[in-house]
Design a protein around this ligand. Structure first.
Ligand code: ZN
Length: 424
């Protein structure tokens, strides 16, 4: 079935206007006024084509086909509707508009021989723009987050997630007779989840390849390092008598950078994104420096090997400079391998359509990963990001690539809709 490429691009352009920062990228936070406009437009479109809409307690949306039948396994397809501040016009909403395009195409043309239901799923609060926690909507769907997180998660203005939801007209805890669906969702009858997304990195654009088929998602390990030296006068203390923890931190950071930069596959990454200096005065040698180090890769052993070597180096540097060193584990997540069966359907569909593709990993985590962790067979498709730019106003993808990605998604879903559970 052919999608309507022109309609897809027009819809994407329409969502670009739902922004708090017109002219400098798209800013559309979940539960804000632009988000409400975008949701209204989606719900109106669904109703126009006769598709039933359900909304859950935290604002995730699911839209079914009128021909769906109770009890049949479902294929889920979608992405997120929110953005970062001054973000791009495609991150998330491309996957949403594509899933809506597939829905509309299926609703218009009917589905021959379908044995499964189809639902477009739109996730709330993926970027963490409100509460500093990413993939919040999908974490509630899968039960990773629950009632206690409604108080724990707070916005910059001090409001809890519960208050923000209530102000947006949602009911965090649904009661009997509520118009809203409860969270978590029952995912036991979901046969597959598909998310189409812009790559947000330079791999496809540099290689001139229009489609990426994701096989794994990076895992990460984060540690927090505290180096304590001797605070002292910046003028009166000779260089030979200093125990400066900031100079030590600089050496640690550069050592970690050059180690991981030499990765033979050129994929592992290390980042120090947070550094606090105390007392942080220009005329005082610092007393304490606290910083984070995170390592990411698609191979967990490699993550742990790099992290052990980095920790070893930090201890040695601290010893040589005679500063005290404490290292605490902060958080970690294992790399995730997406479903082989779904990936094979995507690969064969691309192959038979004569589209060149690359099987690749994803350095970024997406809503689909949360659904995959809840044991739903999951696949992800990427399209190129021009110059690898994302989360900035310059974020862009060629129209032909956007259309090609959505047509591939359509073809993959058509195959999945007629598969039986044994075939999968
Ligand atoms: Zn995204």
């Amino acid at each position: 079935m052919m999608i309507d490429g022109k309609r897809l691009l027009l819809n994407l352009a329409a969502f670009r206007r739902f922004s708090d920062t017109p002219g400098s990228g798209v800013t559309r936070f979940s539960y804000g006024s632009q988000d409400a406009k975008a949701r209204r437009s989606i719900i109106n479109r669904a109703k126009r084509i006769g598709c039933p809409v359900r909304i859950d307690a935290v604002g995730n949306i699911r839209i079914g086909l009128p021909s769906n039948q109770p009890g049949r396994p479902a294929i889920f397809c979608g992405s997120h509707i929110d953005t970062v501040r001054n973000g791009g016009w495609l991150d998330g909403i491309y996957g949403v508009c594509s899933a809506l395009e597939v829905l509309e195409t299926l609703a218009e043309r009917g589905r021959k021989k379908a044995t499964r239901n189809f639902e477009t799923v739109i996730f709330a609060e993926e970027e963490g723009s409100n509460f500093g926690s990413t993939m919040t909507g999908s974490k509630f769907i899968t039960g990773k987050y629950g009632n206690e997180d409604l108080e724990r998660l707070t916005a910059d203005n001090g409001k809890t997630m519960r208050q923000v939801l209530q102000e947006a007209g949602l009911e965090p805890e649904t009661t009997a007779g509520s118009q809203l669906d409860p969270v978590p969702w029952d995912l036991s009858n979901v046969a597959a989840m598909l998310e189409l997304h812009i790559e947000q990195g330079p791999v496809l654009d540099r290689a001139g390849i229009p489609i990426g088929i994701v096989d794994s998602i990076f895992g990460m390990r984060v540690v927090e390092v505290v180096l304590t030296g001797v605070g002292n006068h910046a003028g009166a203390t000779p260089m030979s008598e200093r125990h400066d923890p900031l100079s030590a931190a600089a050496e640690c950071i550069l050592a970690a950078e050059s180690m991981v930069a030499a990765d033979p596959n050129k994929r592992a990454v290390v980042t120090v994104g947070k550094l606090e200096v105390q007392p942080n005065c220009s005329n005082v040698i610092p007393e304490t420096v606290r910083f984070s180090i995170e390592v990411r890769d698609s191979n967990n052993e490699k993550i742990n090997r790099y992290m052990s070597e980095i920790i070893h180096d930090i201890r040695e540097i601290a010893l040589n400079r005679d500063v005290n060193c404490q290292i605490h584990e902060h958080s970690s997540s294992k790399p995730l391998h997406l479903d082989d069966g779904v990936r094979e359907v995507i690969r064969q569909t691309a192959e038979s359509s004569g589209i060149s593709y690359r099987v690749m990993d994803s350095g970024a985590v997406h809503d689909a990963c949360m659904i995959a962790e809840a044991s739903v067979p999951t696949g992800m498709i990427f399209v190129p990001s021009i110059d690898g730019r994302s989360h900035v106003p310059e974020e862009d993808t060629k129209g032909e690539d956007l259309i090609r990605g959505t047509q591939l998604l359509m073809d993959v879903i058509e195959t999945l809709l007629t598969q039986t559970e044994e075939e999968q």
